[in-house]
Design a protein around this ligand. Structure first.
Ligand code: ZN
Ligand code: ZN
Length: 331
């Protein structure tokens, strides 16, 4: 019966240290000791909930259940937003298990554990081996942020000949630039000011556009796929004219409000607005292999995995000062 330390949200939005006890490992359950956890914008959404936070986990296998096939003690593994699914519906059988009606996702299921913790117990089927060449700190932010941006590029047919626009240079954006550039795409970045220009170009962008104060955008080539990773919704009157006809828009950040876009710009140019969640497991595995092969790594700021460390990291993220992903490390 493993008992371990966890860090939860609370009604007042304060981070609270607590303990979780799980039963003896059953079936394909694996006990993982957490060595690093990314901090995602979604964690901020749940900090007022009485639940364990964190869903960009990386760690080491400590113990395995009786029906674990592949993983063994000492293996490095990570996990993300999804913990389980039915395994038998159309979505599960066709590699779209992220849309299974019985999917178990962060925030809604297994709220007694997460990656802001000393340990966690997950099914082997939802753990990902971390390739050599990626440290635990490198791998953790890929488990949600990396998987989300890669899913947009990989699953929806973006081609190396396409121009990819990345809106916002933050946790997701700085990974999206790297993935799209390594896939061979021509990357243009849209950001508020010139502040992150040098970094964006270094990460692989070919063009950088500072949006502040603009009422029209001059662009050298129109955008076939736009990944919106900024926390504020774009001004579509500005953005639609720079979309290539039949282009795709991917709103990747979560917002509780409505998604509004001018009819004419959307219909007249045959644009697609594509919703998506994190990657299905097969895509997630490809993402990790691709990142290791092409040396794609998050730029991280490390914080201690303590109540104060988590509180600090969350306030840096809230203030827009994270460069570019927060990673919590046990002391
Ligand atoms: Zn996330
Ligand atoms: Zn299913």
């Amino acid at each position: 019966m493993p008992t371990f330390t966890v860090y939860k949200g609370s009604k007042e939005g304060k981070i609270v240290k607590s303990e979780t006890t799980k039963g003896d490992l059953q079936n394909d359950q694996v006990l993982v000791r957490v060595t690093a956890s990314g901090l995602c914008g979604t964690d901020e959404h749940f900090k007022s909930a009485d639940m364990v936070l964190g869903h960009e986990g990386a760690g080491v296998v400590e113990e395995t259940g009786p029906n674990v096939n592949d993983l063994k003690k000492g293996d490095r593994v990570g996990w993300g937003y999804q913990h389980d699914c039915c395994g038998n519906c159309d979505y599960c059988l066709s590699g779209r298990e992220t849309y299974c009606s019985k999917r178990q996702m962060y925030g809604y299921a297994d709220r007694d554990q997460g990656s802001f913790a000393s340990h966690a117990v997950w099914r082997e089927a939802f753990l990902f081996k971390i390739p050599e060449g990626l440290s635990d700190s490198d791998a953790a932010p890929l488990m949600c942020g990396g998987a989300t941006v890669f899913n947009a590029l990989h699953t929806y047919g973006i081609k190396p000949t396409d121009r990819v626009g990345v809106m916002g240079v933050g946790g997701l954006g700085h990974l999206a630039i790297q993935f799209a550039a390594r896939m061979g795409c021509d990357v243009v970045v849209f950001s508020g000011t010139e502040g992150k220009k040098e970094e964006a170009i270094k990460l692989g962008a070919k063009e950088f556009i500072a949006m502040k104060g603009k009422d029209k955008i001059d662009i050298s080539r129109k955008v076939d796929a736009l990944l919106v990773t900024s926390s504020v919704s774009p001004d579509w009157k500005l953005m639609l004219p720079i979309m290539a006809p039949t282009g795709k828009i991917f709103p990747l950040t979560v917002d509780s409000g409505d998604f509004k876009i001018p009819h004419m710009g959307l219909v007249g140019n045959g644009l697609t607005v594509q919703g998506l969640v994190v990657a299905a497991r097969s895509v997630h595995r490809h993402m990790l292999e691709f990142a290791a092969l092409h040396d794609i790594k998050p730029i991280v700021m490390e914080f201690p995995m303590t109540e104060d460390g988590i509180t600090d990291a969350m306030s840096v993220l809230r203030d827009g000062k994270m460069r570019y992903r927060g990673v919590l490390k046990p002391q």
